[in-house]
Design a protein around this ligand. Structure first.
Ligand code: MLT
Ligand code: MN
Length: 307
């Protein structure tokens, strides 16, 4: 299985258009990593590729990744489908980039498909070419494209604590509502290679026993690395919301991902969906050293994982 991190940044990326955080300043000066928004590409055979989330930076991400360039025909893309983990802008806006006549499948929970279907701008995806496929947590599926019998991959979704997308906060049960199917994690394995699997959880509000169980036994875990500490954006004057309010568990602290995922039986652990306020992006920071000492890698754009 080939895994390619297309964007290791959270919504806004690094640098974010209106942020002057230290990480953004360094990225602009070429002195620190620039990160596009949250997405990865995965393939069993290097020929058919499946996107896990489609970020607003997708056009640039494809341009930067030769494996995703058209091959052969004048109109072609090796991307056969997109699997979505929630309905956030940083995970769905890239679908609008994929509007130019290509046939592909979208796999998402009924809640997320409904959100896309209710939004008139997504009608730009020609439904005679783009298949909307509902997925159900706990039921494995093959994220094959239309007209193909198999992608060679097996995907299983699991529910994780989350929150409705920001733009849906005013509706229904309130800003922190977390209806079924709002946020999922994915476990992906290759049918051919027997057993190796990667778990992808770019958004997670809390790590309870069900999350720990769901990621146990994976060879690679790519996990929500939005913030180092819950009040980080408030302390840096970058916003008024805590991580909890945004539906993201922090890396640090007793309830944080480093502590709560320590001791789970996972191979490599890599943070993705990293916000531009997170001090782990600063190479010399104590926080970076602490995360690495705890066995975590800090994801970056273009990072490739083979398993
Ligand atoms: C998030 O991860 O919390 C969202 O991407 C926020 C947003 O929609 O900007
Ligand atoms: Mn996000």
């Amino acid at each position: 299985m080939h895994v390619l991190i297309l964007g290791a940044g959270a919504g806004g990326g690094v640098p974010q258009w209106n942020s002057n955080s230290e990480a953004c300043r360094r990225a602009r000066a070429g002195k620190g990593p620039a990160l596009m928004q949250s997405s990865l590409a995965i393939s069993a055979d290097g020929r058919q590729w499946v996107l896990l989330n489609a970020s607003p930076d997708l056009r640039q991400q494809i341009a930067a990744s030769p494996a995703l360039h058209p091959k052969g025909d004048r109109r072609h893309s090796p991307i056969v489908s997109v699997v979505l983990t929630n309905g956030d802008v940083d995970h769905v806006a890239g679908l609008l980039t994929m509007r130019e006549g290509h046939s592909f499948g979208i796999y998402a929970t009924p809640a997320i498909l409904e959100t896309l279907q209710e939004d008139r701008i997504f009608r730009v995806l020609d439904r005679t070419r783009v298949e909307f496929n509902p997925i159900e947590p706990g039921t494995p599926f093959d994220p094959a494209g239309p007209g193909s019998s198999s992608s060679g991959l097996r995907v299983e979704a699991f529910e994780v604590p989350g929150k409705v997308a920001l733009y849906l906060e005013g509706e229904g049960a309130g800003p922190m509502s977390d209806p079924p199917g709002a946020t999922i994690g994915l476990r992906v394995s290759s049918e051919a290679e027997g057993g190796n699997s990667i778990c992808y959880v770019p958004g997670c509000a809390a790590i309870d026993e069900s999350v720990r169980r769901a990621v146990a036994g994976s060879d690679v875990l790519l996990f929500d690395g939005t913030l180092w500490r819950d009040d980080e954006m408030i302390r840096q004057g970058a916003g008024t919301k805590s991580g909890r309010r945004m539906g993201h568990v922090s890396m640090s602290g007793p309830e944080g991902s480093i502590a709560r995922l320590a001791g789970t039986d996972t191979g490599r652990k890599v943070f993705v969906h990293i916000n531009n306020t997170n001090p782990v992006l600063l190479s010399e920071s104590d926080e970076r050293a602490e995360a690495e000492k705890a066995g975590w890698e800090i994801g970056y754009d273009g990072m490739e994982i083979r398993l």
